[in-house]
Design a protein around this ligand. Structure first.
Ligand SMILES: C[S@@+](CC[C@H](N)C(=O)[O-])C[C@H]1O[C@@H](n2cnc3c(N)ncnc32)[C@H](O)[C@@H]1O
Length: 307
């Protein structure tokens, strides 16, 4: 029996995932709705909202038999239906409940594994006990703050500092470029940085500035000279610009040896700029993810850059 790696494409970004398969030389054996199956074991993909490792087929004789077989393998199961929707839901209802509640910012991640399953045929389950996310189908939702942050962009940085950089922050300096109206600057202000340098051609909201410890500079980020800065713990960018311009800026700060960590949104125009995306990935030690809160953009990050 063959084992598959299952990739659930992000809604509306199926074409991006298909292109990524092509770039990585992977052949899709089966496609059902947004679910792509590749034979063998492979790593996660930027444009998959969740990756299911070692998916295996499980024959079942009834709803109860399906639920029993899944329960025997694991406790938590995220269901994605590709057909037989009602029957799949009835099986899911026989499985233990898991916590679906939105989480607070920087909440420790769930430690129990989250499985993935689908009902391929009425009498055939496809299931994996191991997935790329502790959240069902990779869907992470927060207990949002609907009043303080001036834009919803803050959710991207919340997700990043909850999932990819949960380490404690104890002082130091962060810089937020492309910061208007101030969502990311607000997030950095709620972390324990001693100083937040916030840069945009347009002003950020006064009530965010009034929180203190924020050094706002109204100018173009592309004119910044690393020579004029002391050490920076986190360089954060949510600038709307061509990916190539962002990469030039990042490389300038990286070359200065003054920045320890980077997190930057790579924003695309109508088309996904794969050539530039791959150039970002060539920067040693860096990673690219599509956050649950990213739209037609991805998040590039680098932790522990050489000084
Ligand atoms: C998506 S918004 C940033 C939202 C922000 N992260 C937040 O949480 O509120 C993108 C910003 O990039 C800024 N921007 C574009 N070109 C810039 C440049 N050359 N220098 C600085 N900021 C720039 C725009 O003014 C805009 O405010």
């Amino acid at each position: 029996m063959s084992l598959y790696t299952g990739y659930l494409a992000i809604h509306k970004f199926e074409a991006e995932l298909e292109k990524e398969f092509e770039i990585k030389g992977l052949t899709v054996a089966v496609k059902k709705d947004r679910l792509y199956l590749v034979e063998g074991t492979h790593g996660p993909m930027i444009w998959a909202q969740v990756t299911a490792f070692n998916l295996r087929e499980i024959p079942i004789t009834s709803i109860k038999d399906g639920a029993k077989k899944l329960r025997a393998l694991g406790r938590n199961w995220g269901l994605f239906t590709v057909g037989h929707h009602r029957r799949a839901q009835l099986i899911q209802e026989e499985l233990p409940e898991y916590n679906r509640k939105p989480i607070p910012f920087r909440n420790p991640l769930p430690t129990s594994p989250m499985g993935f399953w689908t009902l391929l045929e009425a009498d055939k389950i496809l299931a994996a006990t191991e997935t790329s996310s502790p959240f069902a189908l990779g869907e992470l939702t927060f207990q949002e703050d609907k009043t303080t942050p001036p834009s919803r962009a803050y959710l991207k940085l919340w997700e990043f500092f909850t999932v990819y950089a949960p380490e404690a922050i104890t002082g130091g300096t962060s810089i937020d470029v492309g910061s208007c109206p101030g969502g990311w600057t607000w997030v950095l202000r709620t972390l324990d940085f001693d100083k937040i340098i916030s840069v945009d051609k347009a002003p950020i909201e006064q009530r965010i500035l009034d929180l203190g410890r924020i050094d706002f500079r109204q100018e173009s980020a592309f004119g910044l000279d690393p020579a004029n800065f002391d050490e920076i713990d986190w360089f954060c960018s949510d600038i709307i610009c061509y990916p190539e311009r962002l990469r030039t800026l990042v490389k300038k700060f990286l070359a200065s040896g003054k920045v320890r960590n980077f997190v930057c949104t790579i924003k695309y125009q109508a088309e996904t700029d794969w050539a530039e995306t791959l150039k970002f990935l060539e920067i040693p030690g860096s990673e690219i993810v599509h956050l649950h809160h990213n739209k037609h953009e991805v998040t590039w990050f680098l932790k522990g850059a050489p000084r």
